[in-house]
Ligand binder design. Sequence first.
Ligand code: EPZ
Length: 422
Amino acid sequence: MEELQIIGGSKLEGDVSISGAKNAALPILCAGLLTSETILLTNVPDLHDVSTTIKLLSQLGSVTRKHGQNEVSITSNNIENLKAPYELVKAMRASILVLGPLLTRFGEAIVSMPGGCAIGQRPVDQHIKCLSALGADIKIEHGFVIARAKKLKGTLIRPDVITVTGTENIIMAATLAEGETIIENAACEPEIVDLSNMLIKMGANIKGHGTNRIIIKGVDKLHGTSHRILPDRIEAGTFLCALAATGGNIRIKDANPYNMLATIDKIRLSGVNVKQDNGNLICSMSKRPESVDVITREYPGLATDMQAQFMALNCIARGTSIIVENIFENRYLHVQELNRLGANITINGNSATVHGVDFLSGATVKATDLRASASLVIAGLVAQGKTTIEQIYHLDRGYENMELKLQKLGANIKRATNRNDE
Ligand code: EPZ
């Protein structure tokens, strides 16, 4: 099993380039199922979840090719299989994003129920409710969502909760439905805007993407296009939290600051100086960070995907902070690992109190989920001595070459193989 070994204490200095956004790449890859023509994607992050999605699309019959590290083409002109198997869906819940495209283009989709994950139950009831409202006949049998529809019909739809992939599934399904679909209570994330922008280039008729009310007028057919995936705002935010903790001076390149204003606002409160310069963030930190309170919200609020990283920063900040996680019911698995490093965090329901300590001390810890892994990396960068992070396949799901990017910034971090548990 691979692990990361970090010797803490180095400041971060230099340039780091942000990769394409995982949470845009996954729905956009699945949108390739909506046309028989070729989609060419650039700035695709080289991640485990992207590879899993490519494998799933290939199993369905798409000709999906990687051209170099960050370029992928998809041609779905010979889809023979409409079933997404449990093995792939359990490896990556975002596989549910093939449901809308397969259903609306082929009239049928059989997708394994994703099941829960470390951070929560992650139900898909709203995906099912809203696709049923579009006229799909959906039943759950033997752990699979079985959806059929001769032709989806546009209507007014309102998910009970604001759901990112739920909104994405509805948008994709509505692009080829008959008539107009209005989604109220839609999610507004930038990744949904990026998906919608690509669908519009494919010939879809979408308005209001990025707001809570999206209007889609169905069309007969979508055609091929090319698209560059937008920068990953969560990766950029992760490097901001790392800098806040270690101190130093970094330039974050290829970021889109306008998609991460809540994070930038919060990191400035911790004491980091952030300036924008044509899509780059010029950042410096020369003192111990101040504790910052964090309340996660749907976009444009502070992203739940940034909660663990801010918690790591707060562990060594001056003062006490309160973190409230409003999106997922179990997104504190990183707390016990951070406390193993000497942090002082207590949990009470969906809130955590973090008393800043003067220093953390290195230890062996284990990654439990994607963003928890990132928080352990940040903690390891400032802990005294050596921190070993096990089970880093969680990190590889959502960060492209994290340790190489940190090495270039001067961190003492390397990937190793732990032979004991092979
Ligand atoms: C997306 O997950 C992201 N994943 C997550 O990123 C992110 O944390 C999350 O949105 C919130 O921003 C991708 O985009 C691939 P939701 P998603 O549906 O769509 C409840 C990461 O670290 N809900 O917006 O699965 C749900 O339980 C990952 O990159 C229902 O009740 O999240 C949660 O409490 C982690 N029924 C809330 O809504 C449903 O049918 C928001 O979930 C759907 C969701």
